[in-house]
Design a binder for this molecule. Structure first.
Ligand SMILES: Cc1cc2nc3c(=O)[nH]c(=O)nc-3n(C[C@H](O)[C@H](O)[C@H](O)COP(=O)(O)OP(=O)(O)OC[C@H]3O[C@@H](n4cnc5c(N)ncnc54)[C@H](O)[C@@H]3O)c2cc1C
Length: 470
């Protein structure tokens, strides 16, 4: 009998499998798709030679992940590539706020009235970032905090809504950039603990940047899979698990799936019925005939570019998708242009580029024209560069990956207490009523993103249970 079976080869499933195999457990992993990776994959979605990341592309949480940093992923081919700026947030008038590795450069981009406030905001946390990241990403207390004082201080700043945190800024560059950071996990700007999200992304930029993976995000998944195989783990693709009986006998089963799918597969009844899914996204992958013609010069120096004219526009776009049940007229967008640092993604002189906007969960319309009109405000002539598009609304995203229920790429709303305590209000989020069944997807803390920390934390819960049983 195997020690552990993992279902789903996203970053969390792969990390859980690796952590358990490293500790000497026999592990087999089963994945529905024909390749490993889940939300960290790379495919030729448009034209030959154009290598797109259908999901994740920018990795502030990946490079800062305590779990990934403890694994020899570089030895298995992962190479992080950094642009000059971690992220740029251009405005329609051709100016831009930026997130740079340098606090001084970032603060200067916010203007003289907010530069000092920004420096004072990040100063207490930056020197302690590694410990803080570990403590924050291990909540709710899968490990005792190593620096409870800094964690508590971070809680005081981060637990209130982001709109409280941004009150310390007077001008739009800082306010809009922070609103955009919160929108990365589709949280409402006035939601509980949303200040922490903005702050984590900013600190991550100063500590290690927001890199892309050379060759595409698939390199992250391939590195995890290569290490797992070397540790003796087996990987079975094209294997959709519908019932526990589909799997070989094992002492523990770890699911990198949505709570809803897990309840169905493992017969957990209504255990996760209160779990809520959030807004969906509408995503376009572009093959371009050259770089995006941004008006703001800073946007040419960053792989990630946030699009939103001001904090009010960003807030309105989020409210439209998550509360008002309609698509935004002027969407907030996250865009990534890996070609700024990675020439392997497209033929000479060409570029891949992706943009996504938030829409209501399960929305069925076409946002292409709205997205491109919004892009044209910041990059006039964008449309003329388009060679091909691969368009994915909520239905296509959910078809590509069952975890994105209704197009919710966070696998669960990041609203209310569910932002921190997911998939239920429990101190044991990775356990289920079935003593041998665990969950490790981004529906568990610390939530969405390619960082593997949900898998890492879940693996701890599994090995503690297996050692108790031994
Ligand atoms: C458009 C988009 C853009 C994103 N951008 C970023 C970004 O830039 N940076 C970032 O850090 N994050 C980004 N994310 C989020 C990130 O991709 C996810 O948070 C992350 O992949 C979650 O990892 P996971 O392991 O929990 O689940 P997933 O990566 O979703 O993997 C789950 C895996 O389980 C498999 N599976 C599900 N059900 C079954 C079953 N019944 N049987 C077998 N296999 C099953 C799925 O096929 C999938 O491979 C983005 C996501 C999307 C969709």
């Amino acid at each position: 009998m195997l020690d552990v079976v993992v279902v789903g080869a996203g970053p969390n499933g792969l990390t859980a499998a690796v952590e358990l195999a490293r500790r000497g457990f026999s592990v087999a992993l089963f994945e529905a798709r024909d390749t490993v990776g889940g939300g960290a994959r790379t495919e030729e979605l448009t034209l030959p030679g154009f290598r797109h990341d259908p999901c994740s592309a920018a990795h502030p949480l990946g490079i800062n992940s305590p779990a990934f940093r403890a694994l020899p992923l570089e030895r298995y081919g992962l190479q992080w590539l950094h642009s000059d700026l971690a992220m740029a947030h251009p405005f329609p008038d051709g100016t831009a706020a930026v997130l740079s590795r340098s606090v001084a450069e970032t603060a200067a981009s916010f203007g003289p009235r907010d530069a000092g406030a920004y420096r004072r905001l990040v100063a207490p946390f930056l020197p302690k970032w590694d410990t803080l990241a570990r403590d924050f990403m291990s909540l709710p207390l899968t490990a005792l905090p190593r620096d409870p004082v800094t964690l508590a201080r971070f809680g005081l700043v981060g637990l209130p809504p982001s709109t409280w945190l941004t009150r310390r800024f007077r001008d739009e560059p800082a306010k809009a950039l922070f609103a955009g950071l919160v929108a990365h996990i589709m949280a409402p700007l006035s939601g509980f603990a949303t200040g922490a999200i903005g702050l984590v992304f900013a600190l991550a930029a100063h500590a290690r940047g927001w890199p892309v993976a050379r060759g595409g995000s698939q390199a992250i998944s391939d590195a995890l899979a290569g290490y797992l195989t070397d540790l003796g783990g087996s990987i079975h693709t094209d294997y959709e698990v519908k019932r526990l009986d589909d799997l070989p006998p094992a002492r523990a089963y770890v699911f990198d799936t949505s709570p809803t799918a897990l309840a169905r597969i493992a017969g957990l009844g209504r255990f996760y019925d209160n779990y809520k899914y959030g807004a969906g996204v509408f995503k376009i992958d572009y093959a371009l005939d050259g770089p995006v013609p941004w008006t703001a010069k800073e946007a040419h120096r960053a792989t990630t570019v946030q699009i939103g004219a001001d904090s009010a526009e960003i807030g309105a776009a989020l409210r439209a998708a998550s509360r008002e049940g309609r698509a935004p007229e002027r969407p907030f967008m996250i865009t990534v242009q890996p070609g700024v640092v990675d020439p392997t993604r497209a033929p000479d002189g060409k570029q891949v580029f992706w943009a996504y906007a938030h829409v209501p969960n399960g929305w069925t319309g076409d946002l292409t024209d709205v997205i491109e009109r919004q892009l044209e405000r910041f990059a006039p002539g964008f449309r003329d560069r388009v060679l091909a598009r691969a368009i994915a609304g909520p239905a296509e995203l959910a078809a590509r990956n069952a975890n994105y229920v209704g197009g919710d790429i966070g696998s669960g709303a990041a609203a209310g207490l569910q932002l921190l305590l997911r998939p239920r209000l429990s101190l044991f989020p990775y356990s289920t009523p079935h003593p041998a069944v665990f969950i490790c997807s981004s529906a568990t803390p610390p939530g969405p993103g390619v960082h593997g920390m949900s898998g890492h934390n879940a693996a701890k819960a599994v090995w503690r249970r297996l050692r108790q049983a031994a």
